[in-house]
Design a protein. Structure first.
Length: 142
């Protein structure tokens, strides 16, 4: 433990000046942080208005479908022979790449693959006719 004499020597003018400088730097850092937070809020608001942010989807509870699922199903209902991701993007009027989303729907059994890079609603073949399950797990057009 330090005695009063040592504390007085170490807390001289130089030490006090150092502490004042550190307080000034801390205050400047806090002001800079506040400015950066305001800028970040503006960027998020701007991006959410353009539809280019994933903030809304990040807030969606796990397992809740994407707002794009229903429109995708509606497009595929109109095209029973199936569509490519690019065709679905065009039909929806979106620039968002849909390949990963469609692949996920396929993995979960919500879509069927009816050819290379083509998706359709389950139960339809590339001809647009309903698909009949065969006993060995294969499918055949009815």
């Amino acid at each position: 433990m330090m005695d009063a004499h040592t504390i007085n020597q170490e807390t001289g003018a130089g030490f006090r000046e150092l502490i004042e400088n550190l307080h000034e730097q801390i205050e400047a850092d806090r002001e800079r942080e506040a400015v950066l937070l305001r800028l970040l809020e503006q960027v998020v608001l701007h991006l959410s208005g353009t539809g280019r942010t994933r903030v809304a989807s990040a807030q969606r509870p796990p397992g809740e479908p994407s707002p794009l699922h229903s429109p995708i199903f509606a497009v595929l209902l109109q095209h029973p022979a199936g569509c490519t991701p690019a065709q679905i993007q065009d039909a929806l009027g979106t620039d968002r790449p849909l390949a990963d989303l469609l692949r996920g729907l396929w993995r979960r059994g919500r879509l069927a693959r009816v050819g290379p890079g083509r998706y359709a609603l389950p139960g339809h073949s590339e001809t647009g006719h309903p698909v009949k399950e065969m006993s060995d797990g294969q499918t055949a057009s009815q």
